[in-house]
Design a protein around this ligand. Sequence first.
Ligand code: NDP
Length: 608
Amino acid sequence: MSSSSDSLSKEHLGFDPDALALRYAEEREKRIRADAEAQFVQLGHDSPFANQYLEEDPYCESQDRAPLFDEREVIVIGGGWVGMLTAARLIQAGVNDVRIVESGGDFGGTWYWNRYPGAQCDIESYSYLPLLEETGYIPKLRFSYASEIYEHAQRIGRHFDLYKDAVFQTWVTELRWLEEAQMWQVSTNRGDKMRARHVCLGTGPANRPRLPGIPGIEDFKGHSFHTCRWDYNFTGGSPEGNLTGLADKTVAIIGTGATAVQCVPALGDSAKQLYVFQRTPSSVDVRNNAETDPEWAKNLQPGWQKARQKKFGEAFLGGPIDPAFLDDGWTRLTRNLKELASQTTEPIPGLVQIADFKTMEEIRGHVDATVKDPMVAEKLKAYYNQFCKRPTFNDFYLDTFNRPNVELVDVSTTQGVEAITETGIVANGQEYAVDCIIYASGFEITSSYERRLGIPIFGRGGQSIYTHWQDGMRTLHGLMVSGFPNLYLCGGGFVFQLGANYAHGIDVQAGHVAYTISELGRRGIKAANVSQEAEERWIADQLETKGSGLVLGGSPDTCTPGYYNQEGTTQRYRNVRRETYSKGVGAYMKLLSRWRSGGELDGLELET
Ligand code: NDP
């Protein structure tokens, strides 16, 4: 074993950590924009894009129905994973009167809307697809494609009989607490005024697309759409590709995040000419997909999925690595850290950063090995810590840039595309004439809750929840809010810090909310309100909590901007810490479990 100075020398590592640190800082500096989140178009119902993105559904005919004025024990808003898991766990806990209200034409949430070619889950399917044991389903592939995931959402809907009471193509326009009735009134675009004892907000992180606020975006006369409303009538083909409608078209895609990385290969394959406008490159690691081994599936024992989710979460956050995750890109950093630590005799400060540099060097090396033109390859390399932005995994994306009909347009020096005209896109002073613009510009994932939710919520005394949160989000456990009884923010921005597998974090919350609501019912409690003192205590705890230290993501002080750090806005990030739990999913599970085993519903003021 060598001493730390030998094993961490530039020669031994094969890279210069100081030079990389400087390069990262330069890249970050280049991307900081003073307008931060304001650079994006907010897609409210009064925006010029409201019809295309909020009111019309390209996947389903609109169905008429009479408005509803009934009463329910629980209304769950959102029929994606959060809403479905919450409803399923409620039913398992004996709370059967549950209605899901969903804006899409079916269950699935993000997997209903995102049907772009190549759409796939980046977390292994055995850990990500919810309720596999309950529904008896085994995914076909290690990493499932979107159509299989959408079908699984429908399977869950049937298994738990969620279709019976659900309403689709319905979006909530207001939530109001009725003090006398001790119930919520849920108003919708369909003229409904339903009432519910409890309301679970399961709107998920990606329910609201955002468009770049590029000057002229409203002027474009060609065809355009966001990736979450893919227009197969225009492109032809299917989620499997073969986009025959693009054979004579020049196409532009703006954005190179996780979505673009998945759909660019099909576009490159089919379009006459494709321009990929890139402001910041994604890190693109290998995919390692495989068919599910039927022998493995046959031998699974009860409880296998929860155990697997737990192991995945631990491995991602630096814990022991189960052999199942040894070649998973999400654990590359942990593996590198363990390898470096094993080569030295004493603890080394900053080892996590060195491991991150090593990880990103490997990923950058993969670009060199795949992309033939060295100048294009250089532009495709990500210079930031791995979890500053969502990492991506794809075996076809980088190779697409070897095609003669595909051009990477680097817009990093101008902080993005400069303008959109009636006929094309202006970048680096040049106009690119295009027939179609595809916006792979993401979602309102971590913008203010008001912006991403878009629902006015009035609690006790008619107070708006957004007024209550004017200095940052305030909750107990990231779930309940003082002054807003019987309201649960299932899967709010909060679970993001719980780990890479969003579906695991929300299931933990779903189980906790199901316990709370069933327990309140059992005790005959009509209203449960978080005390101000409990909310303050939780916030104070969160502000003192240090993260696991492994994932060097998010910080606006060191990371390139993106939705992980609210586009680099320090103040907002500090406020948002109150809605995050940075110790990981395992610690969060223990904390909630302790609260439940106390049996006192600690911190809640209860009214019968
Ligand atoms: P992102 O927000 O990650 O990416 C948006 C892209 O648009 C970025 O590349 C951004 O550049 C670019 N952009 C924005 N404005 C401009 C502009 N003015 N000019 C040029 N480029 C611009 O959105 P995605 O839809 O890719 O991903 C969102 C999230 O959805 C993912 O992070 C992930 O959580 C989830 N997802 C999950 C998948 C899965 O496997 N389960 C698959 C796909 C998505 P810049 O980086 O410089 O801001």
